[in-house]
Design a protein around this ligand. Structure first.
Ligand SMILES: [Zn+2]
Length: 421
């Protein structure tokens, strides 16, 4: 199948006009101008006035929690999390989580997201991502402090659940593991995660209070942990140094947020091989702050873009996430030159793929990569508009087509029924 569009933006190279992409089975086989003449027997889908580009990678989400959208206003993270995440005796049952995850997955697809790095306490996200035909890593979430002294046995049980989840998921979904945060787990469980061989995601330095708690055992997180009667998790180290001690600061670990980092931690993370999932709307909504994303970039860190849950981003609108990332980075540095729209698009595609360790397969349109593509309607874009800025200015309603692994999961702006795989 040849997909023809007015603009091809591979992300790997400069955009060009009037080109096509040849997809055979699940892979990109050719990219260029005049492919319909080179391959005369191939069917052609003419997308018209669209940008054809790699699908967006949402490097950090929680689609299980779509139910929490627009429920809790004006709460700081440590108060909000008691309502959304720590609902002792009020946890949603599996079917509720699955319906929530299915709704979230559908919204992601409609926004041009083809790949998710999703942390899921129930495993429902893996089922929803599989069912809709998305690609991704579902990180099975655990809260190490609740494992108590029996943590080796309980961790082994978690690994068994990971295996079962893997068997139930599609071939496009990998299962990882996610110790929730440094302060809701313990060193021993983080060490077991580091040695598990699984991809890992952890929330890191989301608020200023996290470093105060891990170093000194004081502040609002200490108050919250004491109210829940949890054992202390005070290491005398900053959050990133704590992760380093546990062996988790390495390739294959994705760090969500990283809002409050010292210069030492920025350098440490950039050199460690761990990646950062930047979630600017969630960080603003929960009053956490603005991540030092341009400083991390300058230090050489791998950066992807994430939405977090709809409980803190309101909608899985990746165009809004990109615009917000651009605006907040410039506003926080009081310098419009610190980041470009093209930098943001790279972060939203290839950067996200690198964050999840999937860059050999997706993140750009290149021959040999998997055909995860989106077509965005550029109908009313004026002559002379910068293409990267123009893409950022669009909305989910402009996403005309989405393919994952060569299968069209959005066609004519509508979700298509999926074969099981
Ligand atoms: Zn999160």
């Amino acid at each position: 199948m040849i997909y023809k569009a007015s603009h091809i933006f591979t992300i790997a190279e400069e955009p060009f006009e009037g080109g096509s992409v040849l997809v055979r089975d699940d892979c990109i086989c050719d990219i260029g101008i005049g492919l319909h003449e080179k391959y005369p027997n191939e069917s052609v889908v003419d997308l018209g006035n669209c940008v054809l580009m790699p699908g967006f990678v949402n490097a950090h989400s929680h689609i299980d929690y779509t139910w929490s959208r627009n429920q809790y206003d004006a709460l700081n993270l440590w108060d909000w999390i008691s309502q959304v995440g720590y609902r002792s005796g009020r946890e949603p049952d599996y079917d509720t989580a699955l319906n929530s995850a299915a709704l979230g997955a559908a919204e992601c697809v409609r926004s041009g997201i083809t790949c998710l790095g999703d942390s899921t306490p129930t495993g429902a996200a893996a089922e929803a991502i599989s069912k809709i035909g998305l690609r991704g890593i579902a990180y099975y979430e655990l809260f190490g402090q609740s494992m108590g002294s029996d943590y080796p046995t309980r961790f082994q049980q978690k690994l068994n659940e990971v295996c079962k989840l893997h068997e139930r998921s599609s071939k496009l979904v990998r299962i990882g593991i996610s110790p929730h945060t440094v302060y809701t787990t313990n060193i021993e469980v983080m060490e077991l995660c580091a040695g598990s061989g699984l991809p890992v995601s952890i929330h890191l330095a989301e608020t200023w209070a996290e470093a105060e708690y891990t170093q000194y055992g004081t502040g609002p997180i200490a108050d919250w942990r004491n109210r829940m009667d949890r054992p202390p998790m005070i290491t005398g180290l900053t959050p990133a140094r704590t992760l380093e001690k546990a062996g988790l600061l390495k390739n294959g670990t994705s760090l969500a947020h990283c809002v409050h980092l010292s210069d030492d931690e920025i350098g440490l993370i950039a050199k460690s091989g761990a990646s950062v999932a930047h979630c600017p709307r969630s960080n603003a909504y929960l009053g956490c702050g603005i991540a030092p994303v341009t400083q991390l970039k300058a230090a050489g860190a791998t950066l992807g873009l994430g939405t977090d849950s709809e409980g803190s981003c309101m909608r899985f609108d990746f165009f809004e996430e990109m615009r917000f990332a651009l605006g907040m980075a410039r506003a926080s540095r009081q310098d419009a030159g610190v980041i470009t729209a093209k930098d943001i698009l790279r972060m939203a595609t290839l950067g996200g793929a690198e964050t999840l360790g999937l860059e050999k397969d997706v993140g750009t349109l290149e021959i040999g990569k998997r055909a995860d593509m989106i077509a965005i309607d550029m109908g009313d874009v004026l002559a002379g508009e910068d293409l990267s800025l123009a893409v950022l200015s669009r909305s989910p309603a402009d996403v005309v087509m989405v393919t994952v692994d060569g299968v069209e999961i959005v066609k004519d702006r509508k979700l298509a029924a999926q074969p099981s795989r």
